[in-house]
Design a protein around this ligand. Structure first.
Ligand code: ATP
Length: 260
């Protein structure tokens, strides 16, 4: 049987005494777009950093295409790309220089790089700014050039932390369409978000993490089935994360027509 593109086995992280991520077990198949959803502080970034080789787990393992990223980091990292929530870019490079730098790290042949870079810049409406310094870019433009950089190497597995933050609606749609196309062609995406609609609109399966535990995992249909029939993802999210205070606030707001 083909191994999962991403496999977490009892993956855990404790900061001092705080168990930020608790023994996660999860497999993401090739071509799948998994949304990793959770409220602030749930453990999303910690998990992604362990999966991308940036933060050493306290225990457990993380595999990319069957390769342990902590035992064989170089081989595993050849297969992945990561777009953090705050991309660390080089302000004195132009957008094009940055993409060229990424291509050189991954040893991508020049002609292959040029056509790929031009295609990505066009998709994200950055062609005209490609020769401007990154320091002159807006937050959204920086986010987009980071995404272009990540996709330049045509990774097998793409990790994205809150990718739509800072993007305008047109760019968010371009990203959604592009990710769908790339996943249909076999790329695997692990995308964290705390925005419910993003997960609902973009992802094949959604995992909900709360206080370091995966408390629900499935397709939208599966999450909405059974006891959750008729509920929106927002209802399910609030119910599973036990945010009764928020639920009360929401029902208070939506019932304002009946105010006493
Ligand atoms: N370097 C650190 N040292 C100590 N505690 C940390 C550190 N990084 C994260 N934490 C804690 O671990 C928990 C999980 O944090 P994490 O950043 O993974 O959450 P998140 O789901 O990505 O949140 P957000 O949506 O707010 O970005 C939080 O309680 C956080 O305070």
């Amino acid at each position: 049987m083909e191994s999962a593109s991403i496999k977490l086995t009892n993956l855990a992280k404790t900061y001092r005494k705080h168990e930020a991520v608790k023994a996660l077990n999860l497999e993401v198949s090739k071509g799948e777009l998994l949304g990793f959803l959770g409220p602030n502080g749930a453990g999303k970034t910690t998990t992604i950093k362990m999966l991308t080789g940036l933060l050493e787990p306290t225990s457990g393992s993380a595999q990319i295409n069957g390769i342990d990223i902590w035992k064989n980091p170089l081989k595993a990292k050849e297969k992945i790309a990561y777009v953090p929530d705050q991309p660390n870019l080089y302000p004195k490079l132009t957008g094009w220089d940055y993409l060229e730098f990424v291509a050189s790290v991954f040893r991508i042949p020049k002609d292959q790089f040029q056509s790929k870079a031009n295609e990505l810049l066009q998709i994200f409406s950055l062609t005209e700014q490609a020769n401007d310094l990154i320091e002159s870019y807006s937050h959204g433009m920086k986010q987009k050039i980071a995404i272009c950089g990540a996709l330049t190497s045509e990774p097998d597995v793409l990790f994205m932390d809150e990718p739509t933050v800072g993007l305008d609606p047109k760019s968010a749609r371009s990203l959604k369409n592009l990710l769908r196309e790339l996943c249909d062609n076999g790329m695997t995406v692990f995308l964290s978000t705390h925005i419910l609609e993003i997960a609902e609109q973009m992802c094949d399966r959604v995992g909900i993490i709360f206080e370091g535990d995966i408390i629900a995992l499935g397709t939208m249909d599966e999450l909405k089935a059974g006891e959750h029939v008729g509920q929106s993802l927002e209802d399910i999210f609030l119910e599973l994360t036990g945010s009764e205070d928020q639920q009360a606030i929401i029902s208070e707001i939506s019932d304002d027509g009946d105010a006493k």
